[in-house]
Design a protein around this ligand. Structure first.
Ligand SMILES: [Zn+2]
Ligand SMILES: [Zn+2]
Length: 260
């Protein structure tokens, strides 16, 4: 075989073909449970067994950060704050999430994030639309948390952007994917505490000056997959408010709830 064989590009072509084939297959195959791959009736639906494992976040909860309370709240629970929010209100108005981040939802989110289960995005975003109805009704613009482009490259897509896009289609609220820009690549936040995360994110985001007119006086709904300490949401909210947004709400798929 000559060394200049045009087949030298074959692996790339094969990859492209494989991708195409998987798209076609996804369109043809019956929908699967996003968690265990059992067959289900509708795209994004969990199978019965997995459904039972979801820790849905339900009221009563902190009206600001959405932390669920373990006790019943007397009278009108609409405006009760948790201890942390009483001490210092977050820069965003309300943060809400579909489920508690635990063993089950971690699997679901990680599969969505890293294992090419982008097909689960629409189903997950539909849940967010249901949970965050109060927030989407008030929102003028939906925008995702920004991901640094190098991470985007590794992961091939921004999961928050995907969720924001479907949420926009579900709710009719306009989506601006690039209100926020990630200025610098921050080290992974995994093992950092709240203060560490805040430091880590200092100056990490900036507002995309192209959209100054778009955001002025608007209520922005910020979308992410997981709310951990709220450091990313807070840093992003500060940037949006400084740029002229009237208020910022946050909607995520899952939320860390520390039990200590
Ligand atoms: Zn399942
Ligand atoms: Zn709170």
């Amino acid at each position: 075989m000559p060394q200049t064989d045009p087949a030298i590009n074959a692996p790339e072509k094969l990859q492209a073909l494989k991708r195409l084939a998987s798209h076609v297959l996804n369109a043809l195959l019956p929908p699967q449970c996003p968690s265990c791959s059992a067959l289900v009736e509708e795209v994004g639906m969990l199978c019965g067994d997995c459904w039972k494992q979801v820790d849905f976040l339900t009221p009563p909860m902190c009206s600001a950060c959405g932390l669920p309370f373990a006790f019943e709240v007397e009278g009108d629970a609409g405006d009760v704050l948790c201890g942390a929010c009483v001490r210092a209100r977050p820069p965003y108005d309300r943060a809400r999430a579909v489920m508690i981040y635990g063993d089950f939802s971690r699997k679901l989110v990680l599969a969505f994030k890293h294992a090419d289960r982008t097909d689960t995005g629409p189903g997950l975003a539909r849940w967010m639309a249901r949970t965050g109805r109060e927030l989407t009704l008030d929102a003028d613009i939906i925008t995702p948390v920004a991901l640094h482009w190098t991470r985007l490259f590794q992961r091939r897509y921004n999961q928050a952007a995907l969720l924001a896009g479907v949420l926009g289609r579900e709710t009719g609220v306009p989506v601006v994917q690039d209100l926020l820009i990630r200025k610098r690549k921050t080290p992974p936040q995994g093992r950092l505490g709240a203060a560490g995360r805040r430091r880590n994110l200092k100056g990490a985001f900036r507002f995309n000056a192209r959209h100054l007119e778009t955001v002025k006086g608007k209520r922005v709904l910020l979308v992410d997959d997981v709310l951990t300490t709220g450091a990313t949401a807070s840093a992003s909210a500060v940037v949006l408010l400084r740029a002229g947004a009237r208020a910022v709400d946050v909607l995520t798929l899952a939320r860390v709830v520390r039990t200590t």
